[in-house]
Structure formats: structure tokens, C-alpha cells
Write a protein that binds this ligand. Structure first.
Ligand SMILES: Nc1ncnc2c1ncn2[C@@H]1O[C@H](COP(=O)(O)OP(=O)(O)O)[C@@H](O)[C@H]1O
Ligand SMILES: [Mg+2]
Length: 270
């Protein structure tokens, strides 16, 4: 190797975070909600938020995705062009545009994230239309391609999600979110409502897509097996606070906080 030759520059700047979160707080009552949350998320990184029911996971996700506003704290997002967006200083319209274009949000219940009254193809095409694409052939082709990607028979393109199983609906919701090429996807218990066998398949699919598309993901789950499979890093929440954070294997194999130890050991018991 010639030492004088500079190494080629990476296409994405992995050293610069995509999201910077500072002192994020929203409380509905004492220790109810989330408080004093700080972290950075890098491109292509998967952050798992774990903790018992009521610990504040969904509240935090709602704040991060701009669906609700904090009492205190800030979120800065590095947009595609490189400019930093101050999430809560941005207008409602700007936040909605982000959610439609650079971000995705996968709901636990697919009925909340799909339009049940229109076809699978329309569900997928809609996000592209929201970005200004009105070309029927292209929208149709994207629908077919994405059904295949999420392992749904493309022949079902004109069927409504009401005729799909729960697992298929969840895969359709994922297709609808990913078709527009987001860089950051929020997921709230995406496998929560599914049978165990269906969960495993969906997790495999999600893991493949996340790596292939180099997606940054913030995924909320109370299921440590899901966290283990998908997340690079974990944040453990308890009573509105982050009590432990670290690489997934470190947190699960060598938990430091007593609460995390309890959480990990309770999973091991039948
Ligand atoms: N909109 C709200 N109004 C009042 N209390 C809320 C609201 N959203 C959440 N909470 C309360 O905040 C706490 C955390 O809720 P949540 O973020 O949904 O927890 P998790 O997702 O970890 O189960 C709970 O005690 C919940 O009852
Ligand atoms: Mg929740």
C-alpha cells in the first residue's frame, strides 16, 4: 500500500450523528413520562429502548419523532442536505414533511399505520405520491417491488389490508414506510401483537432490511430477545429515566444497574 495515497472518503459521514438529543423531558406526573434523556444516534445505527410497561418508552419515541413536544430539552436532526434541524423550533409543516420523507414510523398496531380502506399497492404508493411522484407506472412498480421485498405475493397488490393476516399487515406497514427511502425509522413494539412464529420471520426480515438499507432505527420493545437481535445499542428505562445504556451485548450479558439485572434475569426464568 502506498502511504502517500489518501484513503477514499466514505459516502456517508459516519462520525457525525444523525440525531442529537439533549435533556429531553416530558412528564405527565411524578416519574410518569420521560426525563433528562441524552443520546446521539449515528447513521445506520439501531438503538433499542427497553424497560417495563409504563417506563416511558412510547413517550420518548413520541418526542423523538416530533409527534409531541417536550416540557424541556431539544432534538437536533441532521437533514439529508447536511443542515441541522431543531425539531421543536421547526414548524408543524416541516415536522410533518420530515415524517413523510426522511423518517418512517412503524406502529405496533398495523391498523394505525396503514389505510385499511385502500389497496396494498395504494398504501405503498401513497408515500411516493406525498413526495410528488404521480407517475402511475412507477408507483405500481414500486408497489410490486416492495411487496416482494417484504415477502408478500405481488398478486395481492390490489387487495385491501383487511384481507391480510396480522403478520402480512405488519410487513405491508414496513414496506409503506421504507418505499420513500427514509434514513431514520422509529418503531414502537413492531412485533408486539404477533404470534411468536410470525414474530421470528418479521424480525429476520427487519434485520435484513435495516442492514441492507443502512437505516438508523430507534426501536421500542419490552422484549429483550427482539432487542438482542436488532439493536446495536440499548437504553434501559425505568420510571421515566434512563438507568443504563451501552452496547447491546454488554448490557444484556453484563448488566450494571440492579434494575437491568432484574430485567435480564426475569427473562431467563420460565
Ligand atoms: N398522554 C398521556 N397522558 C397522561 N399520562 C400519560 C400519557 N402518555 C403516557 N402517560 C403516562 O406516562 C407513563 C409512561 O407511559 P408510556 O410512555 O406509554 O410507557 P411505555 O411505553 O414504556 O409503556 C405512564 O405512567 C403513562 O400512564
Ligand atoms: Mg409503549
Amino acid at each position: 500500500m502506498n502511504a502517500a495515497q489518501p484513503l477514499s472518503q466514505p459516502l456517508v459521514d459516519l462520525d457525525t450523528p444523525l440525531l442529537k438529543v439533549n435533556g429531553l423531558t416530558r412528564l405527565y406526573g411524578p416519574d410518569k413520562g420521560c426525563q433528562a434523556v441524552d443520546f446521539e444516534l449515528h447513521p445506520g445505527e439501531v438503538l433499542g429502548i427497553v424497560g417495563e410497561s409504563g417506563s416511558g418508552k412510547s413517550t420518548l419515541l413520541g418526542l423523538l419523532s416530533g409527534r409531541c413536544v417536550p416540557d424541556r430539552g431539544a432534538v437536533a436532526y441532521r437533514a439529508r442536505g447536511g443542515a441541522w434541524v431543531d425539531l421543536y423550533a421547526a414548524s408543524e409543516a416541516e415536522r410533518r414533511t420530515l415524517l413523510r420523507t426522511e423518517w418512517g414510523f412503524v406502529e405496533q398496531n398495523p391498523r394505525d399505520g396503514l389505510r385499511m380502506g385502500v389497496s396494498a399497492g395504494a398504501n405503498i404508493g401513497e408515500r411516493l405520491m406525498a413526495q410528488g411522484d404521480r407517475h402511475y407506472g412507477r408507483l405500481r412498480q414500486a408497489g410490486l417491488d416492495w411487496l416482494r421485498q417484504v415477502e408478500i405475493d405481488p398478486a395481492r397488490i390490489d387487495d385491501r389490508p383487511t384481507t391480510f393476516s396480522g403478520g402480512m399487515q405488519q410487513r405491508l406497514q414496513i414496506a409503506r414506510n421504507l418505499v420513500s427511502g427514509p434514513r431514520l425509522v422509529f418503531m414502537d413494539e413492531p412485533t408486539g401483537g404477533l404470534d411468536v412464529s410470525v414474530q421470528a420471520r418479521l424480525l429476520d426480515l427487519l434485520r435484513g432490511l435495516v442492514r441492507e438499507l443502512n437505516l438508523a432505527v430507534v426501536i421500542v420493545t419490552h422484549d429483550l430477545a427482539v432487542a438482542r437481535l436488532l439493536a446495536d445499542r440499548l437504553m434501559v428505562m425505568r420510571r421515566s429515566r434512563v438507568v443504563e445504556t451501552g452496547l447491546t451485548d454488554q448490557v444484556l450479558d453484563d448488566p450494571q444497574h440492579a434494575y437491568t439485572q432484574l430485567l435480564v434475569s426475569s427473562v431467563l426464568q420460565p
